[in-house]
Design a protein around this ligand. Structure first.
Ligand code: SF4
Ligand code: SF4
Length: 198
């Protein structure tokens, strides 16, 4: 019997400086054109400032960065929405891939994914996304985002192991509900990114 050991990402958001090295390294490895990013780094800002008559400028601004790729979800919305059967979830690792020789660029996955993971490439008329660097993993190497991050803010591995080490937070402020796809991501949130329930 094949044993599923679902892989996932761990993001220590409290360490992330928003440098985007992870995103650029991923782009470089996957030879992506301008505008296509399998890993994206978002900036979240909220709050305001006032000109106080005695204290000068007083602000209550909160800001943080968040790096995210495909979450290789347990219930991937991209997969059942693909009319050509190009999206497959590996039975052993849980990694979700878009088979490039089958994809016909219909882009239903692009619309179905709540995380914006699949990206449509207008040059080849196909969609693609993070494949968990399976080629590097086969050589015993780390994923390129993991090895590039200067803050060591990204890890990967069996998601249950990551949850045992780092907890079960998989949603922060600004993210879609984790109930939609059951994403395989574990997050140590930035102090301003925590949901009241996390
Ligand atoms: S993050 Fe999006 S593209 Fe990746 S498996 Fe989940 S639904 Fe599919
Ligand atoms: S490389 Fe690391 S620190 Fe830089 S944006 Fe990505 S996760 Fe954040």
């Amino acid at each position: 019997m094949i044993r599923l050991e679902q892989l996932g990402f761990y993001i220590n958001q409290s360490l992330c400086t928003g440098c985007k090295a992870c995103s650029v390294a991923c782009k470089d490895k996957n030879d992506l054109n301008t505008g296509l990013n399998f890993r994206r780094v978002y900036t979240y800002e909220e709050g305001t400032f006032i000109q106080h008559p005695n204290k000068g400028i007083v602000h209550n601004i909160k800001a943080f960065y968040f790096s995210i790729a495909c979450n290789h979800c347990t219930n991937p919305k991209c997969l059942p929405n693909c009319p050509t059967g190009a999206i497959v979830k590996n039975k052993e690792t849980g990694v979700v891939r878009i088979e490039q020789d089958i994809c016909q660029g219909v882009q239903r996955c692009v619309k179905a994914c709540p995380y914006g993971a699949p990206q449509y490439n207008q040059k080849v008329f196909k969609s693609n996304k993070c494949d968990f660097c399976i080629d590097l993993q086969a050589k015993g190497e780390d994923l390129v985002c993991v090895s590039t991050c200067p803050m060591r803010a990204i890890e990967f591995g069996p998601v249950e192991e990551l949850r045992r080490k780092y907890g079960s937070v998989s949603q922060i402020k600004g993210m879609p509900s984790n109930a939609i796809t059951n994403p395989n991501i574990v997050i140590t949130p930035h102090k301003d990114a925590k949901l009241s329930s996390s």
